[in-house]
Design a protein around this ligand. Structure first.
Ligand SMILES: [Zn+2]
Length: 433
C-alpha cells in the first residue's frame, strides 16, 4: 500500500515543472519517506505531537537539512530550525515551514508539504547557485494539531512566547500522562521550552505552504491560492436552563424547554454570518441535552458555538449579534442563560503588500491569482500575531483532510514550491521586512 503512494504521486507528474533547480521526484520521495513513519493500515499516518513518530519524522528532515547545507538545531519546545547563511546574517531571517505531527489516522500532506516545500527552495538554490541577501530558515513546529492534548500550536506558541504555561501544565494526554512528563520523555523540559522564544527576534517574516483542506481551489480549477487572512475562532458555551418535566403531563403553554430555546438560537446562528461579512462563519457542532430522555422535556442544554472571521471587527460583530439573540430568546421563554467565552483567538490579517507579493509570484507561474480566507488555524496564525506572515494554499482533492484520503497532486505541490521560491527570492531583495 505504502509504495503505491509514491507511484501515485509520480504517475501524472509533469516533468516540465522540474526547472530552476526544483525536483518533483525529490519532493515525492521525501513525502513518501515521511508517510512511512507512523503509517496506518489505511495509508494514513498517526504521529501525535511529542510522540516517537513526530520525533522520527523530525530526525529524518534534519538529515535532509544537513545534507542541504543548513545549520540545524532544535529548541526547547522541540521546534526544528535549519538555517541558511546569507550575504548578511545580521538581518532578520525569512522563515518557512509547517509541522510533521498529525491527527490520528491523518493524511500525508497536512504539515509535511509545508516543511518539504520550504526545504525544496534550499535544494533549488544549491543547483542554481542563488545566495539570499538575508538568512533563510526552514522550520518544523511541534505539536501543531493538538490531537494529543486537545490543544495545539504548542511549538509555535512557545517560539512566540504566548504559550500559557500554567494551563499547559494542567493538560494530560489521551493516556493520562501529564504534559510535563511527555515533554521530558521526548527529551526536553519546561525550562528549555520557556527559553525557546528568544529566537523569534531573529525572524522577520514567516511564510507557510499548506493544503487548502477545502474545495474552493478545486472548484476554481486552480493549483494554488493566496490566503487573504486567517480566521481566529471564538468559542461560546451557552447553557440554557429551563425546567424538566413529563412530556405527557405538561401542557404546551406551561413549559420551559431548554432544547427548544437552543434550537431557536441554532437556526438564527445559521443566518447571521451573511449579515456581517462574506468571510464569516458560525457553527454549532456540540450539544448536550439533559436529562436526554424520550419522554422528558429537556431541562438543561449546553452547547458550543464556533464563530470565525478573518477580520476582527466583523468577527466581534457576529459574536455580539449571537449573544444578544441568545439572551433575548432566554428572556422571551423565561429561562436561565449562562454564556462563557471558551476561546478567543484574534484573526490574523495578511498585509496587503504581502498578498501583492504572493500575487506576483503566482502570476509568474502563469497562474490566475485567487484570494481566499483560511478558516482553520495554522502555525502562521500564531506567528502572525507579531511577525508578518504569508500563506499559500495548495488544492486539496475533494477538500478532504485529516484523513488517509487527503490528496494534492505532485504537480500542484511543485507549483507551490515555485511560487514559494519566487516569493522568498523577491523578499530577500526587498525592504518589506
Ligand atoms: Zn496543518
Amino acid at each position: 500500500m505504502a509504495k503505491n503512494f509514491l507511484n501515485e504521486l509520480l504517475r501524472e507528474y509533469n516533468q516540465e515543472l522540474n526547472h530552476s533547480g526544483v525536483s518533483g521526484e525529490r519532493l515525492a520521495s521525501r513525502l513518501y519517506e515521511l508517510s512511512k513513519i507512523g503509517s496506518t493500515s489505511e495509508g494514513g499516518v498517526t504521529r501525535p505531537g511529542y510522540s516517537e513518530g513526530e520525533k522520527q519524522a523530525k530526525e529524518l528532515v534534519k538529515t535532509w537539512m544537513r545534507e542541504a547545507g543548513l545549520k540545524v538545531w532544535e529548541d526547547g519546545a522541540g521546534n526544528v530550525f535549519g538555517r541558511l547563511s546569507s550575504k548578511d546574517d545580521s538581518l532578520p531571517a525569512i522563515a518557512s515551514g509547517s509541522h510533521v505531527d498529525s491527527v490520528p489516522n491523518g493524511g500525508n500532506f497536512d504539515g509535511p508539504l509545508g516543511v518539504l516545500a520550504a526545504l525544496e527552495v534550499v535544494e533549488s538554490w544549491r543547483e542554481t547557485g542563488f545566495q539570499p541577501t538575508r538568512p533563510y530558515e526552514v522550520v518544523i513546529f511541534s505539536d501543531e494539531e493538538g490531537a494529543r492534548f486537545n490543544g495545539g500550536f504548542t511549538g509555535s506558541m512557545s517560539l512566540m512566547g504566548t504559550l500559557d504555561i500554567e494551563k499547559q501544565l494542567e493538560l494530560v494526554d489521551y493516556n493520562g500522562v501529564p504534559f510535563q512528563t511527555v515533554l521530558e520523555t521526548y527529551g526536553t523540559n519546561l525550562d528549555n521550552l520557556k527559553k525557546s522564544s528568544t529566537h523569534k527576534n531573529e525572524i522577520g517574516f514567516f511564510i507557510e505552504v499548506h493544503i487548502e483542506q477545502g474545495k474552493r481551489l478545486e472548484k476554481a480549477g486552480l493549483p494554488v491560492g493566496i490566503v487573504s487572512g486567517i480566521a481566529g475562532p471564538c468559542w461560546l458555551e451557552i447553557a440554557y436552563s429551563g425546567k424538566a418535566g413529563h412530556a405527557g403531563n405538561t401542557p404546551m403553554n406551561d413549559r420551559k424547554d431548554a432544547l427548544a430555546a437552543a434550537s431557536e438560537l441554532i437556526l438564527a446562528v445559521e443566518t447571521f454570518p451573511k449579515q456581517v461579512s462574506d468571510t464569516s462563519v458560525a457553527t454549532v457542532g456540540k450539544l448536550h441535552v439533559h436529562p436526554n430522555g424520550v419522554n422528558v422535556i429537556p431541562g438543561d442544554v449546553n452547547f458550543f458555538i464556533d464563530i470565525r472571521d478573518i477580520h476582527e471587527n466583523t468577527r466581534d460583530q457576529l459574536v455580539t449579534l449571537i449573544i444578544e439573540k441568545a439572551k433575548s430568546i432566554a428572556k422571551n421563554r423565561d429561562i436561565e442563560i449562562v454564556i462563557t467565552e471558551k476561546t478567543n483567538v484574534r484573526p490574523v490579517p495578511i498585509q496587503k503588500e504581502i498578498q501583492k507579493l504572493l500575487e506576483e509570484a503566482v502570476i509568474s507561474q502563469q497562474i490566475e491569482p485567487m484570494f481566499l480566507p483560511s478558516g482553520a488555524g495554522h502555525d502562521s496564525m500564531i506567528v502572525g500575531e507579531e511577525i508578518p506572515v504569508g500563506m499559500l494554499f495548495v488544492r486539496s482533492k475533494d477538500g478532504i483532510s485529516h484523513n488517509p484520503k487527503e490528496w494534492s497532486s505532485l504537480n500542484d505541490c511543485i507549483v507551490s514550491v515555485h511560487v514559494l521560491k519566487n516569493v522568498v527570492e523577491s523578499l530577500t531583495e526587498k525592504e518589506i521586512i
